[in-house]
Design a protein around this ligand. Structure first.
Ligand code: A3P
Length: 289
């Protein structure tokens, strides 16, 4: 589901964006943990440029360091400070998009650029979206958990449908393992160090044994944890793209918060949908840790 202004931005990306071989993209549906991945990627790539106690993440929200193509760059509606020319960004350019694999510009697919895809169990994702838009809409529209749930069941998810989005990237991660690294929010929560090492290896910047001995990987994990990010002054006040409160990108950051909101029958319906849609794909989601 893409609303008309977003659709215009996506067309603009398809028409104008030219990927470079050195680019690294974060992709995933909104509210699946893309902000977390931005912090992890940015800190990992820049670990030799900035010691953690001088990290630009201490003064910038992760969304300001890893630009989203459709919201921050190819978006006429927002005047949020953005690079006039993406070519000014030093390599590797770290960028993000919620666009489905099918709709990505050809140059991203054809180049040797890499994609980190993150997904999350659908109930935690729609709950997170519910809270995000509730805050954004200031309850104007009287959104209910149920509306979000019904929309999800009908395939109406922002930038979705959910299963098609996830499955396209999942399939591509097998067909082109050097192109797409497929990550799950639940796995990252379960063992962040392991998956950060996979990420670093994938982008061609593996952690050395010396770095591991010095505890660098754990330091990055701790620095990028929601507990730490939430406490940084820079993430407590202000807005992104005129509307979105910086703090609303950091809520609970848990697996299974859906259980506090959705009924057993909603879970049953979701499980059925998952069975139907994911059958034969080998993909599954942890609903609780
Ligand atoms: P919740 O609303 O369930 O807490 P996105 O970044 O894609 O918009 O996703 C937002 C979700 O990721 C929110 O989930 C948010 O709290 C969570 N999140 C943000 N930063 C995180 C971090 N450092 N660690 C874990 N989860 C994080």
């Amino acid at each position: 589901m893409i609303n008309p202004p977003l659709f215009r931005n996506v067309l603009s990306i398809q028409k104008h964006f030219v990927a470079k071989d050195t680019d690294i993209f974060i992709t995933g549906l909104p509210k699946t943990g893309t902000t977390w991945l931005k912090s992890l990627l940015f800190t990992t790539v820049n670990r030799n440029n900035h010691p953690i106690d001088q990290s630009p993440l201490l003064t910038h929200h992760p969304q300001e360091l890893v630009y989203n193509l459709e919201s921050d760059v190819y978006n006429e509606a927002f005047v949020y400070p953005r690079p006039n020319n993406l070519n000014d960004l030093p390599p590797p350019r770290l960028l993000s998009t919620h666009i489905s694999y099918t709709s990505l510009p050809e140059s991203i697919k054809a180049s040797r650029s890499r994609i980190l895809y993150i997904c999350r169990n659908p109930l935690d994702m729609i709950l997170s979206m519910y809270y995000f838009f509730l805050e954004f809409e200031k309850k104007k529209k009287n959104y209910e958990d149920e509306d979000f749930f019904e929309d999800f069941c009908e395939g109406k998810v922002l930038c979705g449908p959910f299963f098609e989005h996830v499955l396209e990237y999942w399939k591509t991660s097998f067909e082109r393992p050097d192109k797409v690294l497929f990550l799950k929010y639940e796995d990252l929560k379960d063992d962040p160090k392991l998956h950060l090492m996979r990420l670093a290896e994938f982008i061609g910047m593996p952690f050395s044994l010396e770095e591991e001995d010095k505890g660098i990987i754990q330091q990055i994990v701790n620095f990028c944890s929601i507990k730490n990010m939430k406490e940084l002054d820079v993430n407590k006040k202000g807005v992104i793209n005129k509307f979105f409160e910086k703090k609303s990108y950091f809520r609970k950051g848990e697996v299974g918060d859906w259980a506090n909101h959705f009924s057993p029958s909603m879970l049953e319906r979701t499980n059925k949908l998952m069975q139907e849609k994911l059958e034969g794909s080998g993909l599954s989601f942890k609903m609780l840790l």
